[in-house]
Design a binder for this molecule. Structure first.
Ligand SMILES: Cc1ncc(COP(=O)(O)O)c(C=O)c1O
Length: 455
């Protein structure tokens, strides 16, 4: 087998078709896609409108290089996103990691053009995931991935994550006064505001924390601190952006406007690799006034076929009213997950928003102690779910100190209640099976090879 796989030596089933919310293997086995792949396929698989738009663009112009030509699909995509979401400009790359790196470089360029070249440092949080490239991983508090990278990462993801269940500052939500947000102010003072370009946050923590939703007011507090110290706010909405949480952007839940937004999974919905950044007028105007050259980008930046796919995804989000549907179906999904977990003592928390939910797995429902990492509890649940015919996503990391497991349930935004019911049925079977297995194994833990918990 020549293709490198996430776990070498493991035999993966071969999927031959994917349609709507169902994936079928060459042996005829079927799975419901309860995690939209890697929380990407937000409008389901094989949507005919997207397929048709991709085909048409391929027949029209399959590749145009951005330093030589403007292209209509990318221009239209930028204009639509900027109009809808209140930004001045957009730029497209291939992956969420590249979108994050583009955002960082833009922030640094902004300060250079503004005459403050010392503002280069980017602050980030201890539980976070911003991508797998060296720069994006350097900002990420996804410790299994960081460790697997060996040394050489820059970045210091040290800000506390707004995680009230296990408050990193030992505070209580009713009396803390957003101490986790105020820690940003301390950190900016520590380095000096003249050294800090930006802070990057996920509005709802994704792959490293399994849908950690901040309390209302947290994002506003972060915005205010950024404004007070002239630090840019980068919202990493690669996972949350374009409907996943029941709003166009995750930041909308607190009515906060970031200076730069990273988009990814919600933009491409898994069809073709396209991610991007949205840029606020304050930054764009300065760059335009300075006639700054924009040297970022890759061979396939602003790719016409990928942009046609993303335009088609936007068409579907709008015509099928999927943002509102994600909010209402998501409330149903959340209620069903809560109800299902009531009798499962090892599910310590059910949290999320819209069509993005996390189940935190605990070893002890009194102390809330996490499972021993050796048990790979998240992978165990994912495996049982796979066997029961539903795909979910592991989020093993350092959610609880130096351990912590969770799984993510995030089906396509256009899933019906009937599909949600079947996902819950299969998940209940999987969780019971995994619970039994973990009970046996925790008395005799063995070392397993761990699957990566991010894409
Ligand atoms: C919030 C966030 N940012 C960035 C990334 C990286 O995106 P990609 O895997 O497309 O590089 C991810 C991927 O999971 C993500 O969840």
């Amino acid at each position: 087998m020549s293709l490198i796989k996430p776990v070498s030596g493991k035999v993966y089933p071969v999927a031959v078709t994917a349609s709507g919310v169902t994936i079928t293997s060459d042996s005829g086995q079927e799975w419901l896609d309860g995690s939209s792949g890697a929380i990407a396929c937000s409008i389901g698989h094989g949507h005919p409108h997207v397929v048709e738009c991709i085909r048409r663009q391929l027949e029209t112009a399959s590749f145009l290089y951005r330093t030589q030509f403007a292209n209509e699909p990318a221009e239209r995509l930028a204009a639509r996103l900027c109009d809808k979401l209140g930004y001045a400009s957009a730029f497209f790359v291939n992956s969420g990691s590249e979108a994050v790196e583009t955002a960082v470089r833009l922030a640094q360029q902004y300060w250079r053009e503004a005459g403050q070249p010392g503002k280069t440092r980017v602050l980030s949080r201890r539980i976070s995931y911003h991508g797998a490239t060296i720069g994006a991983l350097g900002l990420s508090g996804h410790w299994p991935r960081r460790r697997s990278c060996g040394g050489g990462l820059s970045g210091d993801p040290s800000l506390p994550t707004p995680y009230c269940l296990r408050c990193p500052l030992g505070q209580r939500p009713d009396s803390c006064g957003f101490a986790c947000a105020r820690a940003l102010e301390d950190e900016i003072r520590l380095h000096g505001a003249d050294a800090v370009a930006a802070v990057i946050i996920e509005p709802i923590v994704g792959a490293s924390g399994a849908a950690i939703v901040p309390r209302p007011g947290y994002l506003k507090a972060i915005r205010e601190i950024c404004d007070r110290h002239d630090v840019l706010l980068i919202a990493d909405e690669v996972l949350t952006g374009l409907g996943r949480t029941g709003a166009w952007l995750g930041m909308d839940h607190d009515a906060v406007h970031a200076d730069i937004v990273c988009l990814g999974k919600g933009l491409n919905a898994g069809y073709l690799p396209i991610s991007g950044v949205l840029v606020d007028a304050r930054i764009q105007d300065l760059l335009t006034a300075r006639a700054a050259s924009f040297t970022l980008g890759h061979t396939h930046s602003n790719h016409p076929v990928a942009a046609a796919a993303a335009n088609a995804v936007l068409d579907v989000l709008e015509s099928e009213d999927l943002i509102a549907r994600a909010a209402s179906t998501g409330a149903y999904l959340g209620a069903r997950l809560q109800e299902m977990s009531e009798d499962l003592p090892f599910v310590g928390d059910v949290r999320g928003r819209g069509m993005f939910w996390g189940l935190e797995l605990i070893h002890d429902d009194i102390s809330y102690a996490p499972f021993d990492p050796e048990l790979n509890a998240a992978d165990c649940v994912v495996r049982h779910a796979f066997d029961a015919g539903v795909l979910i996503y592991p989020a093993a990391g350092f959610i609880a100190g130096s351990a912590g497991d969770a799984v993510i349930v995030a089906p396509p935004l256009n899933s019906s209640h009937a599909v949600i019911d079947t996902i819950i049925e299969r998940l209940a079977i999987a969780l019971s099976g995994a619970g039994r297995e973990l009970l046996v194994r925790r008395n005799a833990p063995t070392s397993n090879q761990q699957e990566p918990s991010c894409p």
